[in-house]
Design a protein around this ligand. Structure first.
Ligand code: AMP
Length: 189
């Protein structure tokens, strides 16, 4: 089973992806985590993307498309994957369709976590306060505002793209973690 979790920063995609990994043996593929690993390892790619990420912008489509294309062939994705943070633009969504078609794979669902934007800043601040050692370069008010602007301008346009393919399912992302997990279960079962 291959699914996409969609929603603005702080919507809970990563939390739900980890639960799905445990429950269903699917693999979470987070382009944000992959890019942060490149930064931590100080690779040339990490050096290239760091400033863009810290400012809340998007790295280029080519980079993330290549990352996902090599990653979904890995044996740990044999039971399926959960895309978390990808695709984030219409060209990324189109590239994903092409690569899945070439590999004879398909998408089972695109799940949108619908959240109240005003609550997101509080959530992201809470994440930083609870995990001071893991504060992300983009977990600050300015970068979050920018990430929300980018989400509205570049990522939200992929919602109608998946709606037209009858893949889009919307759930209330403001509910408790358990309730969100339950809504996802209902969609997938
Ligand atoms: P995330 O952890 O998903 O919130 O991603 C953190 C940052 O990584 C984003 O703000 C972007 O700078 C970059 N990033 C992650 N995924 C993508 C993507 N699919 N396309 C472009 N940039 C991305």
């Amino acid at each position: 089973m291959n699914i996409i979790l969609l929603g603005p920063p702080g919507a809970g995609k990563g939390t739900q992806a980890k639960i799905l990994e445990e429950e269903r043996g699917l693999k979470q593929l987070s382009t944000g985590d992959m890019l942060r690993a490149e930064i931590a390892a100080e690779t040339p790619l990490g050096v290239e993307v760091r400033q863009i990420m810290d400012a809340g912008g998007l790295v280029s489509d080519d980079i993330v498309i290549r990352m996902i294309a090599t990653r979904i062939d890995h044996p740990d994705c044999a039971r399926g994957f959960i895309l978390d943070g990808f695709p984030r633009t219409v060209p990324q969504a189109q590239a994903l369709d092409n690569m899945l078609a070439q590999k004879n794979k398909n998408l089972d669902a695109v799940i949108q976590l619908v959240v109240d934007e005003a609550a997101l800043l509080v959530r992201v601040q809470k994440r930083a306060a609870e995990n001071p050692n893991a504060v992300r370069g983009d977990d600050n008010e300015d970068a979050l505002k920018k990430r929300l602007d980018v989400y509205r301008a570049q990522t939200a346009p992929i919602l109608p793209y998946y709606e037209s393919k009858n893949l889009l399912k919307k759930i209330d992302g403001m509910a408790s973690v358990e309730a969100v997990t339950e809504s996802i279960r209902e969609i997938l079962d």
